[in-house]
Write a protein that binds this ligand. Structure first.
Ligand code: SF4
Length: 352
C-alpha cells in the first residue's frame, strides 16, 4: 500500500468507527446531527475544552452544565461577577483557567461583538486558548482542517509509529507525524474521533487493540508492547511545607483572598505561612491573632502539577470575628471561591 492509500485508510477506518461508536457528549454535534443541519456552538465547545483540560469528562461535565444554565451565552458570562465565576469553578482546579475564561469572555464581548473568531490564528490570541484548544475549536466549530494534538493523541500517534523518543521532547515530532493523517473533509469529526480513540480505546494502561480501528497500522501492537509508549522522562516533584490557621467564630471561619496572579489566584484560603522547603519552626508567630492555637492531628497533603504540598493546620476559637477578613459560614461555602486545598484544611480543622 502506498503512503496516500495508507493515510486514506487510516482516515476512513477511524471515521467509520467514530460514526458507529463515538461518544455522545452534550456539547458535541454528532455526524448524524450535523447532517440534519445542526452546528456546534462555539461557546459551548470552548467551555467544554477549557474545563476538560487535565480533568475527566465525568468530573467536568456537571460543571459545564452548571455554567451553561447560569450563563447561557458568552455575553452572560462576560457580564457576570468574577467572584461568582470563581466560586462556580471551585473544585475543578487549575484556577488560572477560570480567570482566563472570564477575561476571554469579556474580550469576546468587547472586541468581537459576542462572536468567537473563526480562525485558528485569531483564536490563539485569546486568553487561555492554547494551540490545542485553538485547533480544536477551528476544526469543530468552523470546519477548518487543523492538526489537533493533546496528550491522548500523542499517545495514539506514539504507538502507531512505535516512536521511542520520550515526552516531552518528542512533542514536536509527534505533532508532525499526526499532521498528514488529519482529514481535510471532516476535520471536526476527525479530531473528535481521534480524541475518543485515545480516551476510550487506546488508554494509557490497557489499550483495547482488538477494538481499535487503527490496529492494522499500529507498530506498538505488532511489537506486543503498546503500554510502553509514549516513553516519558520522569520528573521528581518537589515537596513544600506550610501551616494554615483555622480561626472559628460561631459558625464562621476566617478566610483571605489569594493575590490575583499566580497559583490559586483570586481564590480563598485559610490565613497561613508561605510555602517553603521546610516546615516553619514556629508557624504560630505569623498566625492572624494571638489565640491559643491548637495543632490538629494529621496533615493536609495536596498535589499540584509542579510540587506536592504538606500543610499543618492549627485551630482556635474567637467570639469577636476579629481580625477583619472574609468570615464565611463553614457549612455553607458553596457561594465562595474555595478551592479543594482550602476545603481539605477546613475539614481537618473541623474534625479535630
Ligand atoms: S492498536 Fe492498540 S496500541 Fe495501537 S493505536 Fe490501537 S489501541 Fe492503541
Amino acid at each position: 500500500m502506498n503512503i496516500e492509500s495508507h493515510i486514506r485508510k487510516l482516515r476512513q477506518d477511524l471515521l467509520s468507527w467514530y460514526d458507529a461508536q463515538g461518544r455522545v457528549l452534550p456539547w458535541r454535534i454528532r455526524p448524524e446531527d450535523r447532517a440534519s443541519g445542526f452546528k456546534a456552538d462555539p461557546y459551548a465547545v470552548w467551555l467544554s475544552e477549557i474545563m476538560l483540560q487535565q480533568t475527566t469528562v465525568a468530573h467536568g461535565a456537571p460543571y459545564w452544565e452548571k455554567f451553561l444554565m447560569r450563563w447561557p451565552s458568552v455575553i452572560d458570562l462576560a457580564n457576570a461577577d468574577r467572584d461568582e465565576v470563581l466560586a462556580m469553578w471551585a473544585g475543578l482546579g487549575y484556577y488560572a483557567r477560570a480567570r482566563n475564561l472570564y477575561k476571554c469572555a469579556q474580550l469576546i464581548r468587547d472586541e468581537y461583538s459576542g462572536n468567537f473568531p473563526s480562525t485558528e490564528k485569531e483564536l490563539l490570541t485569546l486568553p487561555g486558548i492554547g494551540p490545542y484548544t485553538a485547533a480544536t475549536m477551528a476544526a469543530i466549530c468552523f470546519g477548518q482542517a487543523t492538526n489537533i494534538v493533546d496528550s491522548n493523541v500523542e499517545r495514539v500517534i506514539a504507538r502507531i509509529y512505535a516512536e521511542s523518543a520520550p515526552l516531552p521532547k518528542s512533542k514536536t515530532l509527534l505533532k508532525k507525524l499526526a499532521a498528514p493523517i488529519a482529514d481535510p473533509d471532516r476535520p471536526g469529526d476527525y479530531g473528535q474521533a481521534l480524541m475518543d480513540l485515545g480516551a476510550v480505546v487506546c488508554t494509557p494502561k490497557s489499550p483495547d487493540c482488538n477494538a481499535c480501528p487503527w490496529s492494522f497500522a499500529c507498530k506498538a501492537r505488532m511489537y506486543g508492547n503498546p503500554e510502553d509508549y509514549p516513553q516519558k522522562i520522569k520528573k521528581v516533584r518537589p515537596v513544600k511545607y506550610g501551616a494554615a490557621f483555622a480561626l472559628f467564630s460561631g459558625g464562621k471561619i476566617l478566610l483571605r483572598q489569594r493575590p490575583d496572579k499566580g497559583l490559586l489566584g483570586g481564590m480563598l484560603e485559610l490565613p497561613g505561612t508561605p510555602w517553603a522547603d521546610n516546615m516553619p519552626d514556629d508557624p504560630c508567630k505569623t498566625a492572624p491573632s494571638t489565640k491559643n492555637w491548637e495543632k490538629c492531628e494529621g496533615r493536609v497533603k495536596h498535589v499540584f502539577t509542579h510540587f506536592e504540598l504538606y500543610l499543618d493546620v492549627y485551630r482556635a476559637e474567637t467570639r469577636t470575628q476579629k481580625p477583619e477578613g472574609i468570615w464565611a459560614e463553614h457549612n455553607n461555602l458553596g457561594n465562595f471561591a474555595v478551592p479543594t486545598l482550602t476545603k481539605k484544611a477546613i475539614a481537618l480543622a473541623l474534625n479535630s
